[in-house]
Design a protein around this ligand. Structure first.
Ligand code: GDP
Ligand code: IMO
Ligand code: MG
Length: 427
């Protein structure tokens, strides 16, 4: 009964959507366990491109149960739009299940997200502006509203009224905003409730029963390890737990139920938003990777910052998540480069460190130390068998495995399902 956690190994956008969709063929359930519509997962099937924000990337198979778990924060307007868009493209939503415990992203969360970023000035995080931080703050402050509250108008109105007193005070007094009216929000959210009611249930119980029936479950993380609020590059992080441990709380299962953890990494590194990025390339190589890799955010369209693969960061990620293996995506993006570099150390002042640090001062100051190797200068986008990869690409993969001390089991050489090289069977 394998329960597998799929987790982003870097700063997000590693290609989790593609790998989840590809692996989903062999599993019974796909469970999204944290984050919200800050996530953007692009899946390409045949010549159709799907952009998913809240719905798990297994939805494109008709027979997979797809669950939005307890620790996800849901913007119901975005969710309903996503459901409608998929339906319009002929995708069945009958196997979607949504946890009643999931918190709601409210209109004031999105407004506050934007004002708070403005207030931070040069210390801004570069959030997606989707209200994610303020929604998780309310969850922890015990002033949040949950999906299950959408079916109890009296309770919803009462708690919303209380919450709005604070929010409106902040919005009107500090930000000179007009604030929000409880009645309008209630009407809007109750209509959302009716639209999603058929999907809402006890998702932890569904997962528990599936595990007892020896079903195969894939837990799909959003964002990435370095964006984790505890283990990431704080404060330049998101407000949830993308790390593999987050799957237990986020889906309502015990740690003894998890069999394997698959990390997803790009063959290089990208980051959207602010924060330190030791291997960032602000030259023509960075521009080439950005262009060839199509490195523009799925959610916000912002250009992604690009750089060399950081093996310190990756080894840290292997450790924090207890990764059993990794999938490396976007190898094809490096095909044309003359030289390829892997970061194996950080020079901080006179000292060279070889273990990753989440101390942003050190990350900001450090100079990366690289191992260099010649590029393979061959098109890999059509390769389906490991034996057909160029020797240089094989050496690149072996070098990384040696440094991070974990096996790379899957190589992705393009956005389509078939553009995948399986080295060792994972599911
Ligand atoms: P996620 O957030 O981790 O699911 O990743 P995104 O979907 O935001 O970003 C990954 C992008 O790379 C998407 O546009 C994918 O279609 C694309 N992609 C995934 N794997 C590969 C690959 O191996 N090669 C190339 N060229 N593109 C890929
Ligand atoms: P997927 O699932 C890349 C980044 C934002 C910002 C920081 C905080 O597609 O990999 P937030 O809106 O979460 O408060 O923003 O986190 N961020 C992501 N970067 N991929 C994502 O998701 C991201 N979700 C949030 O750019 O730096
Ligand atoms: Mg993404």
């Amino acid at each position: 009964m394998p329960a597998i956690v799929l987790v982003g190994a870097q700063w997000g956008d590693e290609g989790k959507g593609k790998v989840t969709d590809m692996l989903a063929e062999g599993v019974d359930l796909v469970v999204r366990y944290q984050g919200g519509s800050n996530a953007g997962h692009t899946v390409v099937v045949d010549n159709e491109e799907y952009k998913l924000h809240l719905i798990p990337s297994g939805i494109l198979y008709e027979d997979k149960i797809c669950i939005i778990g307890d620790d996800v924060v849901i913007d119901p307007a975005t969710l309903i739009k996503e459901i409608e868009n998929l339906k319009a493209r002929g995708v069945s939503l009958s196997n979607l299940r949504i946890s009643g415990n999931a918190h709601l992203v409210m209109p004031y969360h999105k407004t506050l997200d934007q004002y708070e970023e403005g207030l931070k000035g040069k210390h801004k995080l570069g959030t997606t502006g989707r209200g994610i931080g303020p929604a998780y703050v309310d969850k922890m402050a015990r002033t949040g509203l949950r999906v299950s509250d959408l079916f109890d108008r009296e309770e919803f109105e009462g708690r919303l009224g209380h919450s709005l007193k604070y929010k409106n005070l902040i919005l009107r007094e500090i930000f000179k905003d007009k604030g929000f009216e409880a009645d309008a929000i209630c009407d809007e959210y109750f209509a959302y409730g009716q639209a999603i009611k058929q999907y809402v249930g006890d998702t932890s119980l569904i997962i528990h029963n599936a595990l007892r029936e020896e079903k195969i479950i894939l837990f799909e993380g959003a964002q990435g390890t370095l964006l984790d609020v505890t283990h990431g590059t704080y404060p330049y992080v998101t407000s949830s737990h993308p790390v593999a441990g987050g799957a237990c709380v986020g889906a309502g299962i015990g740690p003894t139920k998890i069999d394997r953890v698959l990390g997803i990494t790009k063959a290089y590194t990208t980051r959207v938003g602010e924060g330190p990025f030791p291997t960032e390339l602000q030259d023509e190589i960075g521009a080439h990777i950005q262009k060839k890799g199509g490195e523009f955010g799925t959610t916000t369209g912002r250009p992604r910052r690009c750089g060399w693969l950081d093996a310190l960061l990756l080894r840290y990620s292997v450790r924090i998540n207890g990764m059993s293996a990794l999938a490396m995506t976007k190898l094809d993006v490096l095909d044309e480069l003359d030289t390829i570099k892997i970061c194996v150390g950080y020079k901080v002042g006179k000292e060279t460190i070889t273990e990753f640090t989440t101390d942003f001062r050190k990350l900001r100051e450090c100079a990366p130390v690289y191992e260099e190797m010649p590029g393979w200068k061959e098109d890999t986008s059509g390769v389906k068998d490991y034996r057909d990869l160029p020797q240089g690409a094989k050496e690149y993969i072996k070098n990384i495995e040696r440094i991070i001390k974990a096996p790379i089991s899957i190589i992705s050489v393009g956005p389509r399902r078939a553009q995948t090289v399986i080295l060792r069977k994972f599911v």
